[in-house]
Design a protein around this ligand. Structure first.
Ligand code: NAP
Length: 335
């Protein structure tokens, strides 16, 4: 059975996902598109055989030929579309963030629980990265014993002028927030943010770099660096220190060169290339699960927990204090 997919939002990541659904993955077909930028939706549809353009996301969700929905529109629009998909009883893959506030994420959690069906997956693709999966397996298999500390870094060569301080947390570190919680199977209880001297490459509205300290319920301490004007490349580092050893995220494959008296490898420049395989695996897995009427990946509770944690990080940075991360207990629905 080929799954008929409707995509809301045909911007940057929307185009990427439409391309993978159409040309790389199996079992799904993009049959409907919607975007506030109607011309862009029409132009995209013209390249797809038989895709229909809807003037609103709500109309797309209601369309009878649309079996499942992919939401790749801008963050502030996610809540309404995900709620509409839940109301229509359709499985929905929503790019991160699930919604832009913790309250909005909670409304989605409540609506999904009330529907009685697991319908929502959030686009935290790190969980599908080969390296992160190998790292998680080593931790889950007890190779390094109980995790005690995690050191990680998220570095970009540079960011555009419109990238401001909060984005380092809500758009960038949000990936670590979800991935690390999944990696060590623990929830966070507090956050603190340290702001070192700014790099000369930043601008007035961006503190860069920053260091985020998280503590977990199980007592693990995490330090995460976000440095988005590091100049040298796109670099994701993660090292988990356990009672019996240390496990590190593998470096992406690259030829090891011995030349001109130097031993070297290439460091990627582009986040899309770094995680390209994981996006493919993520969406293929979502299609397989959706064909069985299920959701396997990061769920609405994970989206909510990430939002609460990001809010606490923002608060901690604003106040210069340790901010508690408080949520209600995880509902049994998401056990
Ligand atoms: P983008 O290029 O700006 O694309 C978003 C598209 O949604 C634009 O075409 C925008 O139109 C459209 N849009 C705005 N409001 C809409 C509405 N009410 N209904 C339908 N479409 C609407 O942004 P992007 O970079 O693709 O990001 C989209 C989402 O994906 C964001 O939430 C982002 O955080 C997420 N994302 C995730 C990853 C990841 O690694 N998982 C990577 C990149 C992006 P206009 O331009 O005319 O406003």
């Amino acid at each position: 059975m080929t799954l008929n997919v409707g995509v809301i939002g045909v911007g940057m990541i929307g185009q990427e996902h439409i391309n993978r659904l159409t040309n790389k993955l199996v079992g799904a077909k993009v049959v409907a598109l919607s975007d506030v930028n109607a011309r862009q939706a029409e132009e995209t549809a013209a390249k797809l055989q038989g895709a229909k353009v809807y003037s609103t996301g709500e109309a797309l969700i209601a369309a009878p030929e649309v079996q499942v929905v992919v939401v790749t529109s801008s963050g502030p629009t996610h809540e309404a579309y995900v709620l509409a998909a839940i109301k229509a009883g359709k499985l929905v893959f929503c790019e991160k963030p699930l919604a832009t506030t913790a309250e909005a994420c909670m409304r989605i959690v409540e609506a999904e629980i009330a529907s009685g069906r697991h319908l929502v997956q959030v686009g935290f693709q790190r969980r599908y990265d080969k390296g992160y999966r190998a790292l998680k397996k080593a931790i889950d298999d007890g190779v390094i014993g109980a995790p005690l500390m995690v050191h990680c870094a998220h570095r970009n060569p540079s960011v555009p002028e419109g990238y401001v301080s909060d984005m380092a947390i809500v758009d960038t570190f949000i990936h670590e927030i979800d991935a690390l919680r999944w990696l060590i199977n623990d929830d966070y209880v507090s956050a603190q943010v340290l702001v070192p001297r700014n790099t000369k490459h930043t601008h007035a509205k961006l503190d860069d770099p920053i260091i985020i300290l998280l503590a977990t319920k199980g007592g693990v301490r995490i330090d995460g660096e976000v440095f988005v004007n590091c100049r040298y490349g796109y670099d994701i580092l993660c090292q988990v220190v356990g009672e019996e050893g240390v496990a590190s995220l593998p470096e992406p494959e690259s030829v090891l060169l011995r030349r001109d008296a130097k031993l070297s490898t290439t460091i990627m420049q582009d986040w899309k290339l770094r995680f390209i395989d994981s996006y493919d695996v993520e969406l293929q897995d979502w299609i397989e699960a959706a064909r069985a009427g299920k959701v396997n990946g990061p769920n609405a509770w994970d989206g909510y927990f990430a939002a609460v944690t990001a809010d606490a990080c923002l608060e901690a940075k604003r106040t210069g204090t340790v901010a508690p991360i408080v949520t209600p207990p995880r509902p049994a629905f998401y056990a």
